[in-house]
Design a protein around this ligand. Structure first.
Ligand SMILES: [Zn+2]
Length: 371
């Protein structure tokens, strides 16, 4: 027993001096293993109890157990002290400056097509145009008939779209075909609904609502039954309409040249070519010089070497359309133009595939042209 007492004193003494000089929590853990671990000093003493005479075992056991409690206690309090010191040291070096601006995330931005729309609208507002919007689900009557495209008109084939099946008896559209819009019965028989194929029906709605004189642009989504690398079933157009007394061709040309130069930020060569649309007479197309090569590269992938880019269809508004808008074509005339906003965005930002605009892959815009 006296042997055991000596051993206890020795263990206590060496533990006390060791624990005082332990510098870190890691070293403290090592010390704990050395004394209290499975093969530790104290553990082997406890194991040796079995070799004592039975009458000595209880007292010896009690002594060793209280030594173990004592060491555990000292260990815990030393651990707390070391942890506190270590935290303090860490705070002194790894401090956080709460006044620093946060790292933040990349800012969102308007879609290139929306940016294009905003820019064009803002230029046109500078020329005195207001913005008017119309429904994307439109009636056959506004989408075709009022724009001089009765049901038999071949131009309808170029704008095949998505019809809603809810007016089966209006399907024929006949009877109204040769009836002037606004005539009794015409409106009723062509109420078949569809996804609008162009923004032009907004012209009719605006003329009927606001009368003349009128100066408007109508941006928005339109739909056609196309789907290939250069056509999407949904795309964006911007329509312009001016109705007033004695409007001349030169006003139209001047407005469009102003718009193109403003949008591309420099003076561009332009040319007007004769064309055909059912709702304008005469009709034209506007070409601008190639924004990529200026006509200098015979292998240009944008203009295919022609040096010209088709950007806009237009013309003097057909008297039929003015009348369909509830305005007297004897007194007023006007012009209209329409352009694809997606195409304008592609030309301005150098995007070479229409599908990039709609597939939601932002990496194309963030990292370069060929993501
Ligand atoms: Zn070119």
């Amino acid at each position: 027993m006296s042997d055991l007492k000596t051993q206890v004193e020795e263990v206590r003494g060496s533990f006390n001096s060791a624990i005082e000089s332990v510098p870190t929590t890691d070293a403290l853990q090592e010390l704990r293993v050395r004394y209290l671990g499975k093969k530790g000093v104290l553990t082997s003493l406890l194991k040796s109890l079995g070799g004592l005479p039975p009458e000595e075992r209880p007292l010896a056991g009690e002594t060793l157990n209280s030594l173990r409690d004592e060491l555990e206690k000292k260990f815990e309090s030393r651990k707390l002290a070391l942890l506190g010191a270590e935290n303090e040291a860490a705070e002194a070096t790894d401090w956080v400056d709460v006044t620093l601006p946060s790292r933040g995330r990349p800012w969102g931005a308007f879609h290139p097509v929306a940016q294009t729309m905003h820019e064009i609208v803002s230029i046109m507002q500078g020329l005195g145009y207001s913005v008017v919007l119309g429904p994307e689900i439109e009636e056959d009557y506004y989408n075709f008939e009022c724009l001089n495209m009765p049901s038999w008109h071949p131009a309808r084939d170029m704008q095949d779209t998505f019809y809603f099946p809810d007016f089966p008896d209006a399907d024929a559209g006949s009877g109204a075909a040769d009836t002037a819009p606004g005539a009794p019965g015409a409106e009723k028989s062509s109420k078949r609904r569809l996804l609008r194929t162009h923004t032009s029906p907004v012209e009719i709605r605006a003329m009927r609502r606001y009368g003349a004189p009128l100066r408007i642009v109508c941006p928005g989504k339109v739909y056609r039954r196309d789907n290939d690398p250069t056509h999407s079933p949904m795309f964006n157009q911007l329509e312009g309409l001016l109705v007033d007394e004695g409007v001349s061709f030169s006003v139209l040309k001047g407005s469009l040249i102003e718009l193109m130069n403003g949008f591309f930020g420099r003076e561009l060569k332009s040319r007007f070519r004769a064309s055909y649309f059912p709702f304008t007479e005469p009709s034209m197309e506007l070409d601008i010089e190639c924004v990529e090569c200026g006509g200098k590269n015979p292998n240009c992938r944008i203009c295919k070497g022609t040096g010209w880019l088709e950007v806009c269809g237009m013309g003097m508004t057909h008297p039929f359309v003015i009348r369909a808008g509830g305005i007297d074509p004897e007194k007023y005339n006007g012009f209209a133009f329409g352009m694809g906003l997606d195409r304008m965005a592609m030309l301005k930002y150098g995007i070479n595939d229409l599908r990039y605009l709609f597939n939601g892959n932002v990496s194309y815009f963030l990292s370069g042209r060929d993501a």
